[in-house]
Ligand binder design. Sequence first.
Ligand code: SF4
Length: 592
Amino acid sequence: MIDNNFLNEYGNILYQTERPSRYIGDEFGSYNKNFYNAKGKFLFAFPDKYEIGISNFGHKIIYDLINKKENLMCDRIYAPDKDFIDLLSKNNLSLYALESKRKPIEFDIIGFALQYEMCYSTVLKMLEMSNIPIFNCKRTEEHPIILAGGPCTSNPIPMSKFIDVFIIGDGEEVNIEVLEKYISLKGKMPRNEIIKELSKIQGVYTPLVNNSATKRIAQLTLDNHPTKSPIPHFTSVHDRAIVELRRGCGRLCRFCQASHINLPIRERKKDDVVKIAKEYVKNSGYDEYSLLSLSSNDHTQIEDILKELNCHYKSSGINVSLPSQRADKFSLEIAKLAAGEKKATVTIAPEAGTQRMRDIINKNLSEEQIISATVSCIKNGWNKIKYYFVIGLPFETYEDLEGIPKLIESVNQKCREEGLKYPQITCSISVFVPKPHTPFQFARQNTIEEIQNKIKYLRELKDKIKNVKFNFHNPKMSQLEAFYSRGDEKISDFIYELYKNSAYLESWDENLDLELYSAISQNLNINIEKTTSKEYSENETLPWEIINYGVNKTWLWNEYQKASKAISTIPCEIKCNNCGVCTNLKTKKVLA
Ligand code: SF4
């Protein structure tokens, strides 16, 4: 709530900032629970701008689950943009929680969402602006527990000097368990003893106590999905209700971290999806809802779900959006149901241009399937196609790169044969990052020079095709992502130096200071490219091995060896590949 005390303190600088609506809270759909009545107080901290954080689905789940508990409350805080953080600093003011307007230091737990590695320096700045010591070993009884969850905790080592408690795996139950245990012990034992107790919870890694941790797995139930969430005062990156269809992906693409760390597959039942979608759309007022999954058309009941929801929302102006469709399971029926009358852009992810390369990455997708899915869309009124590709993949040759424009030529050729107009094709091309807990965790990343040569080559080839546009992801950003994600303890010093030298909101290209990176590399004698282009052998110890996601290391190594011979693996929906998850974690896949 905005009260006079708050306005007296912050009102003046709110008038001066570029977009005050980021910092005032009171959004429609927010809980606004009473700070003083709550026994346990959790502050969800998102280390990126408000409009990015407010769209994040993971934070909506945790926010909703904690606030549904009568004696607990969850408030939110997002990283202020540079102008506001400067105003706060200049006026010697702390950050504050969006709803209660209380200072972060007054909460029991501050939980950071580590969604991508480039947010690390921002986490440190947010701690400083909350008057909380940066290093975990310097915190005392008066300080909240600093927790972190999200995909980056798959290698917590680089942030292990700054975070007290890491959540490994699904956070639905474990965040609440940590908060409830903390409040039951608070005042009864010293802070470091409480942290020791927290370390006994499965799914928790505490760098000052544990030397390993095993991930936590949540089941997808009707109760643990939000059906309301705060609606921002202005446009955010995703203005729509989100309904999670399934978690985990059994396709096991060898570069994909999300697929491997979220195993086993768990699907939500059709009736639950329909019920959640209707409730969420009604409560939010959104005119669009998205069916979220790593691979939506793999859901065993996707067609029935879309039919029922389309029938319910017929002529209401409320539309569904589906993330990219898999070309091998492409269904025109699904595409039509998802598009309604709009027929905007169809997105397909071949990932690689040649069959050899798609077998190496285990994409299980043929050229014929890609062309047939594309042509089918063109025939039915779509004229904008978006393809996703990755370059710099292990065992890639220049012939594999040539496969990308050749694939587009083949689409054009097919259009000529069928008398169709050429579509407008946009290729979004990212750079391979060797991520922990994947078969390609052992592989080297291409150097910047290698990638730049590949980009130059692809640009030359592209110039010969009129109807295609290539958008390349920043190779330096991908290199830094690899540097952090496969980093060890030394990387903590690097992150600290970045923070000391004012690095902030670094995932935004305009804030990335490459000169600062090379200066710190020299001072600390850390060679970034040596870390990212290192290939690991089977028996080498990997810094992130302390975290157990259930997948056996030998299985990952064997997959890497199969990749070198371009041998693919059958999806786990069809046949179990004994990756280790179900036996090691005593769980099983759940298909609707
Ligand atoms: S153990 Fe088998 S069923 Fe379970 S996630 Fe691994 S491949 Fe899939």
